[in-house]
Design a protein around this ligand. Structure first.
Ligand code: CTP
Ligand code: CA
Length: 229
C-alpha cells in the first residue's frame, strides 16, 4: 500500500516466512485444521520483498490469497512438512519468521482407508500425538547471527494478562522477537481487543499500533533489520 515509500533495508538478505494453518490428516478425506487465513504471513512476505529481501514463503492452508510478487512460495500440508520445508529454507537465511498456525497435535495414526461409520458401536476415541515445535527447533539450530521471530495470540487468565503470557512464551521459545496479540473477550485480566506488543529478547517492548497486516509487517521488519548481522 505504500510500496514506493518503503526502505530497501533488506536488500541482499534472505528471509523465510511461514504462513497459514497446517492440516493433520485423519484418513484420506479428513483432517484436523484451524482457521488461520495466512494473511499476516503473506503480508510479511510481500513487505519483505518490497524492502529488497529474497523471500521464501512456506505456506500451509490459507484463504484464497494470490502469491505475493517476487516471492518463492513453497506449499505444505502437515506440520511435519512445514518443519522440513522450514529447516531446508533456514539453511542460508538471515531471518526466519514463524507466523503460521502450526497444529500442536496430530492424529496418532493415519488410516489409509476412509474411516467408516460403525453402526453398532460408538466411534473410537481420537488419539493424538504431539507435533515438533518448529520455532523452538529453528532457535536451537540457528546459524550465528540469524534472527528468529515468533508469533503468539494470548488471552489473559487467572495467572496474568496477555502480555504476561507473551513474556513467558518469549523466554520459553528463545526467539529474538515475539509478536504478541491479545485475543479474547474482555475478561477480568484482559486488555483491549487487538492490542499487540513486539517483545525482544533484549527486554525491549514496543506496543504495536492497531492497523493493517501490512503495517504490522512493516513494524516487524523494522525490528528485524537492525538486528541482522
Ligand atoms: N509454533 C511452531 N511449532 C509448533 C507450534 C507453534 O513453530 N508445533 C510456533 C508458531 O508458529 C508461533 C509460536 O510457535 O510462532 C507460538 O505458537 P503458540 O501456539 O502460541 O505456542 P505454543 O508453544 O504452541 O504454546 P500454546 O499453544 O500452548 O500456547
Ligand atoms: Ca500452539
Amino acid at each position: 500500500e505504500r510500496g514506493d515509500a518503503l526502505p530497501r533495508d533488506l536488500e541482499g538478505r534472505r528471509v523465510v516466512v511461514s504462513a497459514g494453518g497446517t492440516r493433520e490428516p485423519l484418513d484420506p478425506v479428513r483432517f484436523l485444521g484451524n482457521r488461520s487465513s495466512g494473511r499476516q504471513g503473506y503480508a510479511l512476505a510481500r513487505v519483505a520483498a518490497q524492502r529488497g529481501a529474497s523471500v521464501t514463503l512456506v505456506a500451509g492452508a490459507t484463504a484464497d490469497l494470490g502469491d505475493p510478487a517476487s516471492v518463492r512460495v513453497v506449499r505444505v500440508g502437515t506440520a511435519e512438512q512445514m518443519r522440513v520445508a522450514m529447516h531446508e529454507a533456514a539453511a542460508d537465511a538471515d531471518a526466519l519468521v514463524m507466523s503460521a498456525a502450526v497444529a500442536d497435535f496430530r492424529p496418532a495414526t493415519l488410516v489409509t482407508t476412509k474411516i467408516k461409520k460403525t453402526p453398532r458401536s460408538s466411534p473410537d476415541p481420537l488419539v493424538l500425538a504431539t507435533n515438533a515445535d518448529i520455532l523452538a527447533e529453528l532457535v536451537a539450530t540457528r546459524r550465528a547471527g540469524q534472527v528468529v521471530v515468533g508469533f503468539a495470540a494470548e488471552t489473559g487468565d487467572a495467572t496474568g494478562d496477555a502480555l504476561h503470557h507473551g513474556r513467558i512464551k518469549l523466554r520459553r521459545k528463545g526467539c529474538d522477537l515475539l509478536v504478541v496479540n491479545a485475543v479474547g473477550d474482555g475478561k477480568a485480566f484482559e486488555v483491549a481487543d487487538n492490542a499487540g506488543w513486539l517483545l525482544a529478547a533484549d527486554g525491549t517492548e514496543t506496543e504495536l499500533p492497531d492497523g493493517s497486516k501490512a503495517l504490522l509487517a512493516s513494524r516487524v521488519w523494522d525490528a528485524v533489520a537492525p538486528r541482522l548481522s
